[in-house]
Design a protein around this ligand. Structure first.
Ligand code: ATP
Length: 359
C-alpha cells in the first residue's frame, strides 16, 4: 500500500490549455479518495498524471515520499480501471483476469490460485470460461476490476468505472467496490461526476471545478460545512436551494417574504448591508408550517413528485424557486400557498460576490 503526495500539480496541455491548477493533496495509505466535479473540471487529467499516462507540467508528485514525476506507469505500482473496461474480447474471463500475471511470467499454479481467489471475491467463479461478449455490463466491469486487483499494487485508480451500467447495477457495483476496498485496503483514487457515488464511497472527497480544487473533506464536512456556493450546490440531491438578493435593512427578499438575516450574520450585518448575499437551505432541512425561532416562508406549490420515501415539492416565491423534501403524507396540493420553516442553524449565507460562505 502506498501514500501519495501531490504538490502544486499543474497540467498545461500542448495546445496551451491549463487544465489543472496548483493541485495539492496528501493521500494516506489505504484511503479511498474521490475526485468529483462537472465534466471538464480536470478530474481525469489529474488521475492520468498520477497513473503516469500524462506528463506533469509543474509541481511534484511523490509515491511513499519518493519523487515519481519521471517514473513510468509500471514503476509506480498502480492499477487502473477505466470506464470502457478495456477487456480483451478474444480472451476468456480467466485469461483477462490473469493477463497481468501472465505477462510477468508468474507460475501457472500461482496464477490459477490467484484468479480463482479474485473471481470468488467478485462473484465471477461461474463465468471464468466465458468471453466478455457473453457477460452483462456489470460482470464485465467486475472482470476489469479483477484484472486490476489481482496484482499486488500500491494504488488503485478508477475513472468513472460505473458509467456504462444502468442505475440498478450502479448501486450494486457501488457497494461491491466499497466491499472490495474493505477487503483489500488498497489506497484508491476514484473519479466520478456523480455526487452520490462520491458521498457513499469516499473517506475524503476532492471537489473540483474549472481545474481548481474547491474543497477537500469527508462527505460529512462537505455536506454540512461547504466552503462556497459551488460545493453547497454540488453535494446533496436535490441540491441546496439558493436565494440571491441585496441586503436591505438587514433583510433579504424571497417573494413576498422578508428574511431578517442580521441574527445569522451577527456583527457582519453592517458590512453586507447593500451588498448581494446568497441565502442557502437544503430541501430536507425544512418543516412545513410556522415554527418559532425559524425563518418562516410563504410560497406557491408548482409541482410535486412522490418518490416513495419522500415527496419533492417545487415551490415559487416571486422570481425565486426552490425544492422542498417533505414526508409523502404531508404532500401539499399543487397551486396552493404553503408556509414552511427553515431553522436558523440550517441556513447558509454566502457572499454574493466571492460566493464564499460567510462564517
Ligand atoms: P469528464 O468528466 O468529462 O471526463 P474531466 O473532469 O475528467 O471531465 P478532463 O478530461 O480532465 O476533465 O479534462 C479537463 C479539461 O482539459 C477539459 O476542458 C478538456 O477539454 C481539456 N483537455 C483534456 N485533454 C486535453 C488535451 N489532450 N489537449 C487539450 N485539452 C485537453
Amino acid at each position: 500500500m502506498s501514500y501519495l503526495t501531490l504538490k502544486n500539480i499543474n497540467k498545461i496541455y500542448p495546445n496551451g490549455f491549463h487544465a489543472v491548477h496548483d493541485f495539492n493533496l496528501e493521500i494516506e495509505k489505504g484511503e479511498f479518495i474521490v475526485f468529483v466535479g462537472p465534466s471538464g473540471c480536470g478530474k481525469s487529467t489529474t488521475l492520468r498524471m498520477v497513473a503516469g499516462l500524462e506528463d506533469i507540467s509543474n509541481g511534484e508528485f511523490l509515491i511513499n515520499g519518493k519523487r515519481a514525476n519521471e517514473m513510468g506507469p509500471r514503476e509506480r505500482e498502480i492499477a487502473m480501471v477505466f470506464q470502457s473496461y478495456a477487456l480483451y474480447p478474444q480472451m476468456t474471463v480467466f485469461d483477462n483476469i490473469a493477463f497481468g500475471l501472465t505477462l510477468q511470467g508468474v507460475d501457472e499454479d500461482v496464477i490459477e490460485e490467484k484468479v480463482k481467489n479474485t473471481a470468488r471475491i467478485l462473484g465471477l467463479t461461474d463465468y471464468l470460461d466465458r468471453y466478455p461478449r457473453a457477460l452483462s455490463g456489470g460482470q464485465r466491469q467486475r472482470v476489469a476490476i479483477g484484472r486490476a486487483i489481482i496484482r499486488k499494487v500500491g494504488v488503485f485508480l478508477m475513472d468513472e468505472p460505473l458509467s456504462n451500467l444502468d442505475a440498478k447495477q450502479r448501486v450494486t457495483m457501488r457497494s461491491e467496490i466499497a466491499q472490495i476496498h474493505r477487503n483489500t485496503g488498497a489506497t484508491t483514487i476514484y473519479v466520478t461526476h456523480d455526487q452520490t457515488e462520491a458521498m457513499t464511497l469516499a473517506d475524503r472527497i476532492v471537489v473540483m471545478k474549472d481545474g481548481y480544487i474547491q474543497q477537500v473533506g469527508t462527505p460529512y464536512d462537505l455536506y454540512y460545512e461547504p466552503v462556497n456556493v459551488f460545493v453547497a450546490g454540488f453535494i446533496g440531491e436535490p441540491p441546496m436551494n439558493f436565494v440571491r438578493g441585496v441586503l436591505k435593512d438587514g433583510k433579504l427578499t424571497f417573494g413576498a417574504n422578508q428574511l431578517d438575516v442580521t441574527k445569522k450574520l451577527g456583527d457582519k450585518a453592517k458590512k453586507y448591508e447593500g451588498k448581494e448575499i446568497v441565502f442557502g437551505f437544503r430541501p430536507e432541512a425544512i418543516e412545513l408550517g410556522s415554527k418559532p425561532g425559524a425563518y418562516v416562508v410563504k410560497a406557491d406549490v408548482e409541482l410535486t413528485e412522490m418518490l416513495g420515501d419522500n415527496t419533492n415539492v417545487y415551490i415559487t416565491a416571486g422570481e425565486d424557486k426552490a425544492i422542498l423534501k417533505v414526508d409523502p403524507h404531508d404532500t401539499p396540493k399543487i397551486d396552493t400557498t404553503i408556509e414552511f420553516s427553515i431553522p436558523m442553524e440550517s441556513v447558509y449565507l454566502f457572499d454574493g460576490e466571492t460566493e464564499m460562505v460567510i462564517k
